[in-house]
Design a protein around this ligand. Structure first.
Ligand SMILES: CCCCCCCCCCCCC/C=C/[C@@H](O)[C@H](COP(=O)(O)O)NC(=O)CCCCC
Ligand code: ADP
Ligand code: CA
Length: 523
């Protein structure tokens, strides 16, 4: 349903009554506001000055209502704009307000009640201010009530999600970076599994899907999950996506070691280069987001490589490939088709077919092992680590960067920032996978040493044994911005396990154009 001037109420003389200083804006055919992009409708008080000006002078006191709606600006930015409709008939004006409010109420995907966690120390420490100044006023306008928790320590949000009645909320919002999102996601997924009686430690158990959506208000250092699902890091845009009740399913990888659950990941799970950057940067939190540039440069100079074995099951049920030229966008047909395929398999009882699927094994020396469930686009790299990765296709792109010269590694990194293909190097391999495992050489060696002497407690053995040098040659995993110390992992992608208040990156007919109305979007 659309609000057009031609459908606006007429006054007693039968004239269209949609007058305002900006009424001409909506008289253009391209300026149509779909009902799903209306933020709020409210009665407007008309002051004497407005009344005395122009054509209303000769008529009785007019009545008015204001429609707040989404206006698209450059680079996927959304703004809340408004237009005021005037009418001399009070009853007609009220009818319009009533009808529009009912229309908004009928949109069941819009959240009414949210639980908000703010990390006051994320990014440039602006989370609280961003929420209070940019987000809360929009939530109030849209009549969304929010229970706000300002976190006092790491894991506060996660622990809290196991205690509160999450089911009375339509969504959980995190204000912070990828690390904060990860914390909230762990709380939510963990809680749902607990309530469903599912043991997260069993890597083979299918997990219960989370229907409560997560909203991200970006206020962190990288904010790649927000950037890769919305197209911009802008708190107001993200708040508007929450208000209109967008829904974007996301694949989640579970990470286990020896039948013990370690973590979940939605963006980057990286060993080597990105793990080392994260570990080093954690000691420099005081530097704010700049810490990544400093640690990035230092890690690049250290040029450390790691030996190990990667084994993986190629994703057969997916439609795309990591070398595709097309990226995942709003309403992505690849994500949709893959989900349909998965459901068909389920109906035929084939969901456990993966057990028989072949494993590919690669041993080597790696500068980086990156598994990404999404492009991982961010301002540092607008196309991301894997530009054709999909948000919701049930697979991850596994990028193996083998040992190469520093110069070649720099060429590889630079290609993340330009149009050249970062996979077009002989030392880079990329695979679309559903499951993979990694074991560092040290662990393999220790395992065989231990087997030789008939011991099985290798984890303890490594850290207690000064001669094995595990700490020197092992990297750390960077799991959505959280460190994970395990040199052996088993990773499995869970198709569309969680949902975000987002819609993926929208495609504009003319990407360079701005000031777009909704009908300039490609469907
Ligand atoms: C010569 C110039 C080369 C530049 C290469 C740039 C490549 C950048 C790719 C960045 C991928 C980022 C993937 C996302 C990681 C985040 O989850 C993580 C935590 O984010 P947050 O919690 O918001 O702080 N961020 C990082 O690990 C930082 C990586 C920085 C790499 C320079
Ligand atoms: N009040 C707090 N004090 C300290 N750490 C916190 C607090 N709240 C959340 N955290 C932790 O801070 C980490 C980083 O948060 P994040 O918002 O991602 O910021 P950044 O993007 O700067 O890393 C997360 O792992 C989260 O668990
Ligand atoms: Ca994916």
């Amino acid at each position: 349903m659309e609000l057009r001037p031609s459908r606006a109420p007429a006054d007693s003389e039968g004239r269209a009554a949609a007058y305002s200083r900006r009424a001409r804006l909506i008289s253009e055919p391209e300026n149509v506001v779909p009902a799903c992009e209306i933020v709020a409708v409210e009665e407007t008080e008309i002051d004497k000055k407005q009344c005395d000006s122009g054509k209303w002078q000769k008529m009785s006191k007019p009545h008015a209502f204001t429609v707040h709606y989404i206006k698209r600006a450059r680079n996927h930015r959304w703004r809340c704009s408004e237009i005021t409709f005037w009418c001399i008939d009070e009853q007609l004006c009220n009818q319009w307000i009533q009808a529009l409010k009912e229309l908004l109420d009928s949109q069941k995907s819009r959240p009414k009640r949210l639980l908000v966690y703010i990390n006051p120390y994320g990014g440039k420490r602006q989370g609280k201010r961003i929420y209070e100044q940019k987000v809360a006023p929009l939530f109030n306008l849209a009549s969304i009530s929010a229970d706000v928790v300002i976190t006092e320590h790491a894991n506060h949000a996660k622990d809290n999600l196991f205690e509160v009645n999450i089911y009375k909320y339509d969504g959980i919002v995190c204000v912070g970076g990828d690390g904060m999102f990860s914390e909230v996601m762990h709380g939510l997924i963990g809680r749902i599994q607990k309530d469903s009686g599912i043991d997260q430690n069993n890597p083979k158990t299918p997990l219960a899907q989370c229907s409560i959506r997560i909203g991200i208000i970006p206020a962190g250092s990288t904010d790649c999950i927000c950037y890769a699902t919305v197209g911009i890091i802008d708190p107001e845009t993200s708040a508007l996506h929450i208000i209109v009740g967008d829904c974007q399913p996301l694949d989640v990888s579970s990470i286990h070691h020896n039948n013990t659950f370690l973590k979940y990941s939605v963006s980057l799970l990286g060993y080597g280069f990105y793990g080392d950057i994260l570990k080093d940067s954690e000691k420099k939190r005081w530097m704010g987001p700049m810490r990544y540039d400093f640690s990035g440069f230092k890690t690049f100079l250290s040029h450390q490589y790691y030996e190990g074995t990667v084994s993986f099951q190629p994703a057969k049920g997916t439609v795309g490939s990591p070398r595709d030229k097309e990226s995942c966008r709003t309403g992505c047909h690849i994500c949709r088709q893959t989900k349909q395929l998965e459901e068909q398999q389920k109906n035929y009882g084939l969901e456990h077919k993966e057990v028989e699927d072949e494993w590919k094994v690669i041993k080597g020396k790696f500068l980086a092992i990156n598994a990404v469930n999404m492009s991982c686009a961010c301002p540092r790299s607008p196309k991301g680590l894997s530009p054709a990765a999909h948000l919701a296709d049930g697979s991850a792109d596994l990028i193996l960067v083998r040992k190469c010269s520093r110069f070649n590694f720099l060429r590889y990194l630079v290609r993340h920032t330009n149009q050249d293909d970062q996979f077009d190097f002989p030392f880079v391999d990329v695979y679309r996978v559903k499951r993979f495992q990694f074991t560092s050489k040290h662990l393999e060696d220790n395992e065989s040493d231990i087997k030789d002497v008939g011991k099985k407690r290798f984890g303890q053995f490594c850290s207690d044994h000064p001669a094995c040098c595990c700490n020197l040659a092992n990297s750390t995993w960077n799991c959505d911005g959280e460190t994970l110390d395990s040199s052996a992992v088993e990773v499995r992608v869970h198709c569309q396990l969680v949902k975000l208040f987002a819609r993926g990156i929208e495609i504009y007919k003319d990407e360079a154009a701005y000031n777009l109305s909704s009908n300039e979007l490609l469907s």
